[in-house]
Design a protein around this ligand. Structure first.
Ligand code: ZN
Length: 466
């Protein structure tokens, strides 16, 4: 008996993340079209005939990683804006950058960020894109992610009208350009014009704290009408729920619950400063929460109540969160998931490597609404192959601990999305990586010069070319 498939990964250690969480030594994964056709010991799959066989000896074969919250355009500010807490960072650095970045510069930065993510084994990204967020740029960002071979969504960030909260907390009016009706009309235009199997578009009122409440209501209604999820930032800074309560008489989750806005299609970036009642609401409504530990550490925002939220029933993913995370490598971010919890709770068993791996794969896939995150028959073929033949992986007694604590996106040799190899041995397969790098470099230098942001150095091998 023989079966045929398109690509057969063989002789690797397969981390299935299936219902039994099996880890199979000397095992294989068969891919037919965009789905996984078989998983099992190499010997058992010996009868499979494949158009291409990839020998994975000395490698782990894992589900592609899911980035639940990013702002890829913020790659333009990589390394800048250091040493500020959230509101100051937004007011003095990121929002001025966002208000001035051109469409072409944003797309160039998005492509560079996506390239880094793919090279680190990320297969799905929810890219919360808010600058510029006109219809044409939103669709161009979605097209860029599609053309690079990624899966995910562009969550189109909307500022809407300039609220009292935004003004009172020092945010620049420059991004709050449209009233709610215009903002929602543009959002509808994006949703109506975009059709793609891998990349979706979601509405994203940018931040529950400083968005107009009506913009939030209408965004959620629009998401329901088009059958997509939605995303917003919520309670990232410690002061956020108090600011909100002062302005509107209720904490954010209490207000959203009262308005009937919460279900599994509601996804939140951060949600750090929730009280017990809000944790209960987020869990009962099965909300998705994108946890961004690297960003939370960088901006000194705080430690999310990871265990409480998961116990309550919320779905948690992990995210890089753009320039506040400073790195698209989810291996680094998985590690920080654990360290933040242990340090915040002074408890060495507050979180562990399996938790972090689960969030980056199965649970993140649930948050993103994609049928991936595990290597099991019938699932989408989103796969990463990771070298175990590196100095940091010797010895390997516990693979999940090694991957999470000692692994790095730089160890990824193959990234497959939707049954297609999109990154292999340091080269993107769908697009020209060198061109992406050069365009991003040129665009980012131009932007930072125009903004007159002081830079201490502008080195690197290509520095002399511009
Ligand atoms: Zn964010």
């Amino acid at each position: 008996m023989s079966d045929t498939c398109d690509i057969l990964f063989t002789r690797g250690t397969v981390v299935t993340m299936d219902d039994e969480r099996r880890i199979l030594q000397d095992a294989a994964v068969a891919v037919l079209g965009n789905r996984i056709a078989a998983v099992g010991p190499t010997e058992e799959l010996a009868h499979w005939r494949a158009a291409r066989v990839i020998d994975c000896r000395g490698h782990a074969i894992i589900p592609g990683l899911i980035d639940s919250h990013n702002h890829l355009f913020q790659v333009a500010g990589r390394g800048l804006g250091d040493g500020m807490a959230l509101w100051q960072w937004l007011g003095e650095f990121m929002l001025p950058l966002a208000a001035n970045i051109s469409s072409a510069e944003a797309v160039a930065a998005v492509r560079a960020g996506a390239m880094e993510a793919l090279s680190c084994g990320t297969t799905t990204i929810i890219d919360n894109h808010y600058a510029p967020a006109d219809t044409a740029t939103t669709l161009a960002v979605a097209a860029a992610l599609r053309d690079m071979g990624l899966r995910g969504a562009v969550a189109r960030g909307m500022f809407g009208p300039f609220t009292d909260v935004a003004r009172d907390n020092g945010l620049d009016a420059a991004l709050f350009l449209h009233d709610t009706a215009d903002e929602i009309a543009s959002m509808r235009e994006c949703l109506e014009h975009w059709r793609d199997d891998r990349i979706a578009i979601w509405p994203s009122p940018i931040n529950i704290i400083y968005n107009d409440q009506e913009l939030v209501r209408q965004s959620v209604a629009l998401a329901a009408e088009f059958g997509v999820k939605w995303q917003t930032h919520c309670s990232e800074a410690r002061v956020d729920p108090e600011i909100y309560e002062r302005a509107y008489g209720a904490r954010p989750f209490a207000w959203m619950e009262r308005e009937g806005l919460l279900d599994q299609n509601a996804t939140f970036a951060h949600a750090i400063w929730l009280d017990d009642a809000e944790v209960e609401i987020a869990g009962r409504r099965r909300c998705g929460i994108a946890h961004n530990p690297m960003s939370n550490e960088y901006l000194a925002s705080g430690a999310m109540r990871l265990k409480d939220l998961r116990t309550a029933g919320a779905t948690i993913g992990i995210g890089a969160d753009g320039a506040a995370g400073h790195c698209m490598d989810l291996f680094q971010i998985m590690k920080q998931v654990i360290y933040v919890q242990r340090l915040a709770l002074l408890d060495p068993i507050a979180s562990n490597a399996w938790d972090a791996f689960e969030l980056a794969t199965r649970e993140g896939a649930r948050l993103a609404g994609v049928d991936a995150g595990q290597l099991a028959v019938g699932k989408l073929a989103d796969i990463a192959v990771v070298s175990l033949d590196t100095p940091a992986q010797v010895p390997c007694f516990d693979l999940i601990c090694n991957l999470v604590y000692s692994g790095s996106g730089r160890d990824v040799t193959h990234t497959m999305v939707d049954g297609r190899i999109v990154y292999e041995n340091q080269r993107l397969q769908c697009v020209d990586g060198d061109e992406i790098k050069q365009q991003a470099l040129d665009a980012c230098r131009q932007l930072i010069r125009r903004l007159k942001i002081p830079v201490r150095g502008d080195g690197g091998p290509q520095a002399s070319t511009t």
